[in-house]
Design a protein around this ligand. Structure first.
Ligand code: ADP
Length: 440
């Protein structure tokens, strides 16, 4: 005859203390397997059984898999399964939600037990259900297995239920965290996909816009040339019938056509650069600066004086783009000089860690601080065509040209204080210290 387990007050106090400690673990830990294993260890220890386990109900609603356990040999925890049928104590516990106790498996007539349990030598079993969160199926069952037949008291069952409920609370908490994380991750994919799609669409429409601007600019050229050509014919061959007024009008057509031609050329250069993928290589800033200085002097003669640093560092840039950028800066430095004055222009460099800054400085009319950021945008001009002709595209070309070479740009200036434009490009190794001597 199996004796019921006595409810010794000291024993009860010990059981309550371990249950409270387990409660802390169940509420704090994020590791469900650690929580389940500790529950098995404490419950088995408190009830004096050799074996304990948690079996988890699988999504099919019938299979229970041993998720955690203590005292079991190899091949049980994580592997062994029990089918939750009506003639198993597990199935019954799941169905009724009530603790199920078999004091002696050998004489048990109501239920059959899983072979791995018999093989492990279990003689008595107590099962309590681990309930699921609201509207969810049960998580599984907490089981203690004794190697001797034994009577589990009602107190034992209540005690086991305490563990099972704490496990249920931990499972609900961890699943809620998991769901929040999964939802966050889902939102983040979603967001990344949307960003990628929109970037692609933007890229496509930008490319279309570029192609459009390019074609239009090209197509505008032919009628423009015709206008200019016929206006010149009028001036050359029909000056007399035209009269003074007619001649003036024809001359204005020629001037307007020339300006439009410049605008188209600048727009084409800008649009080409926008679609351009720079292929930087090691280039000599000094050589470019010298060539541009020679060209500017040839064009403007005594109106400019250009001072160049004798040698300049090598940079990583694309020769064509770099040339265009520096040409635009020097052309502006020459153009925006004081009326009737000579433009004094100075080009020099400064090595700043792994970058080289090229300064293009002039002593011209300067730029008020409030206008300095917008002049790098397309068509932003601060002067009338009569005062200083231009298209308003030169600095926009500087901006995208420098950016496509992984560089930066800027200006320091004040009204009537001259301007100091700069571009910064990656130095070509050795901190740009490797320089080529300029010809004397
Ligand atoms: P553009 O020279 O054809 O007018 P840019 O884009 O090159 O167009 O320059 C935009 C505006 O920035 C100019 O119209 C001028 O007002 C101002 N700017 C550019 N460079 C200088 C400079 N060196 N000194 C004074 N103003 C300048």
């Amino acid at each position: 005859m199996v004796e019921p387990h006595s409810a010794d007050p000291q024993e009860l106090l010990r059981q309550q203390t371990t249950l409270a400690r387990f409660g802390e673990l169940a509420l704090r830990s994020d590791d469900l397997d650690a929580i389940l294993t500790e529950a098995c260890r404490l419950a088995g220890e408190a009830l004096g059984t050799d074996l304990a386990k948690v079996v988890e109900l699988q999504p099919d609603g019938r299979t229970l898999k041993v998720r955690a356990g203590v005292g079991w040999g190899p091949g049980v925890v994580g592997t062994a399964t029990i089918m939750a049928e009506d003639d198993t104590s597990e199935g019954y516990a799941l169905k009724t939600g009530e603790p199920m106790i078999s004091p002696n498996i050998a004489t048990e007539t109501r239920f059959r037990y899983a072979p791995f349990l018999i093989e492990a030598g279990a003689k008595a079993v107590a099962n309590v259900i681990i309930i699921g969160a609201k509207d969810r199926p049960p998580f599984g069952i907490l089981q203690v297995d004794s190697l001797k037949p034994r009577e589990f008291t009602q107190g034992d069952a209540i005690f086991l239920r305490g563990y099972a409920n704490l496990i249920a609370a931990a499972v609900a908490r961890l699943r809620a965290i998991e769901e929040v994380r999964a939802e966050e991750a889902r939102q983040r994919a979603l967001l990344e996909t949307q960003v990628a799609e929109r970037t692609e669409a933007l890229g496509r429409s930008n490319a279309q816009l570029d192609a459009f601007a390019y074609t239009i600019s090209h197509d505008l050229r032919a009628p423009l040339r015709a206008m200019e050509g016929f206006a010149r014919i009028l001036l050359d061959d029909f000056a007399e019938p035209l009269g003074e007024k007619g001649e003036r009008y024809a001359a204005r057509i020629v001037t307007a056509a020339e300006r439009m031609e410049r605008l188209i050329n600048d727009l084409l250069a800008y649009s080409r650069l926008q679609r351009h993928k720079a292929e930087p290589r090691i280039v000599d800033l000094g050589r470019t600066a010298r060539r541009i200085a020679i060209e500017t002097r040839a064009e403007l003669g005594d109106a400019v004086e250009i001072a160049l640093e004798p040698s300049m560092p090598l940079v990583l840039a694309e020769p064509g783009v770099r040339g265009q950028v520096i040409t635009n800066l020097v052309a502006n430095a020459a153009k925006f000089r004081h009326r009737g004055a000579i433009a004094h222009i100075r080009l020099h460099t400064e090595v700043r860690r792994d970058r080289v800054r090229l300064w293009v400085e002039d002593d011209g009319i300067g730029i008020a601080p409030e206008h300095q950021s917008r002049i790098f945008d397309v068509f932003e001009r601060l002067h009338s065509q009569d005062a200083y002709p231009g298209t308003g595209i030169g600095l926009a070309i500087v901006k995208i040209g420098v950016e496509c070479m992984a560089g930066t740009f800027g200006v320091e200036s004040g009204l009537n204080e001259g301007s100091r434009f700069w571009i910064e490009l990656p130095a070509a190794g050795n901190n740009g210290a490797w320089t080529e001597q300029a010809p004397s």
